[in-house]
Ligand binder design. Structure first.
Ligand code: TYC
Length: 112
């Protein structure tokens, strides 16, 4: 939401001179969000990708299967949106898990 100035009520000082006081407010910036992307490749088994989506992104089997098919057909898909720290953790978890199982699955993040 856009920040609006705080307008105090019109001041009547008796001289017929009305004025407004604009109070400043400390800016509260929301932290930037990051998309976590899963990339397609020709070798990672479909069931492995479905398992990754269930395990690290809390998806149901049906949801995970649907997203896996989107990645397979379109080349990539956003699998979640997180703070920088959480996004980085997800990417690391997926990449480590894929490497341990010797699959070339790639997972990256980008600022929203
Ligand atoms: N294209 C892979 C296959 O046909 C499946 C796959 C889906 C791989 C999604 C990676 O992120 C991925 N076995």
């Amino acid at each position: 939401m856009t920040q609006r100035p705080i307008i105090m009520s019109d001041k009547k000082d008796g001289d017929g001179d009305a004025s407004v006081v604009v109070q400043t407010r400390p800016k509260t910036k929301r932290p930037p969000l990051y998309k976590v992307l899963l990339l397609n490749d020709d070798y990672t088994p479909m069931e492995f990708v479905v398992h990754v989506l269930e395990r690290f992104f809390g998806m149901s089997h049906a949801q995970a299967f649907e997203i896996m098919l989107t990645v397979h057909k379109k080349g990539l898909a956003v699998v979640g949106v997180f703070s920088h720290e959480i996004a980085e953790t997800k990417v690391t978890q997926v990449m480590d898990f894929a490497r341990r199982h010797q699959h070339p699955l790639q997972c990256t993040m980008e600022k929203e």
